[in-house]
Design a binder for this molecule. Structure first.
Ligand code: SF4
Length: 220
């Protein structure tokens, strides 16, 4: 079945809504600055591990001011299990200092301001905009990029910013944040990176580009 990208996007959004009614982020947080910390720690680490490590970090440093005043060495000791301890600790320290000194301890609700924070890239800034402030957001993480290429929402685009820009053209802005969370769930449970995707139990089977190509080549 051939569908234009906008039509395809709407159909995928609707089906994933039914499949994953809860579109929440799997990083746990109760304050905006904590999501900033968690999202930095989540690079090349599982969200489950991040959720455990931050408990210890916040036990010792319960607010922006105390974390901003902490030494990088001490932050590193605690966040070490998430990998890349030194660079993550440096970013978290610099980010908290800037939040404290420039923004009065509050996370700014402006995309460009968020990008100025150390260790915050487009992915993290979009996540904060969508999850914390309920604004339009497209979070192009590894699951989003892989699935959008497989499904056919983008064509052979791997660079996160290019995928984001392509998706802005076809995804209704208010749907973007939840849609990206659902892609993460689908990418973990069905359309995995390392093993063969479970196309036979996928709700997108009949509209997915990759599945269509695989089925056609099997028939030949
Ligand atoms: S049909 Fe297969 S390749 Fe396509 S989204 Fe589903 S699991 Fe992934």
């Amino acid at each position: 079945m051939y569908m234009r990208k906008k039509e395809l996007a709407l159909e995928v959004i609707e089906r994933l809504k039914k499949e994953y009614p809860d579109a929440s982020c799997s990083l746990e947080y109760d304050q905006a600055w904590k999501l900033l910390v968690s999202v930095r720690l989540a690079a090349q680490c599982t969200d489950a591990r991040v959720n455990v490590v931050v408990e210890k970090l916040y036990g010792k440093y319960p607010d922006v001011a105390s974390l901003a005043a902490a030494s990088v060495e001490d932050i590193e000791k605690i966040v070490h299990p998430c990998g890349l301890g030194n660079s993550k600790a440096r970013d978290i320290s610099a980010c908290m200092k800037m939040l404290q000194e420039v923004y009065g301890g509050k996370v700014p609700d402006d995309f460009d301001e968020l990008l100025k924070l150390p260790g915050v890239g487009r992915k993290s800034a979009n996540l904060i905009m969508g999850d914390v402030f309920g604004k339009p957001a497209i979070v192009t993480d590894t699951h989003c990029i892989r699935l959008c290429n497989r499904i056919g929402l983008v064509d052979d685009i791997k660079e996160p910013k290019k995928v984001e820009m392509a998706l802005w053209k076809i995804i209704p802005p208010e749907e973007g944040s939840d849609f990206c969370h659902r892609l993460v769930w689908h990418g973990r449970e069905v359309c995995m990176a390392r093993t063969n995707p479970y196309c036979d139990k996928c709700c997108l089977q009949d509209i997915c580009k990759q599945h269509g190509v695989k089925s056609a080549s099997k028939k030949q």
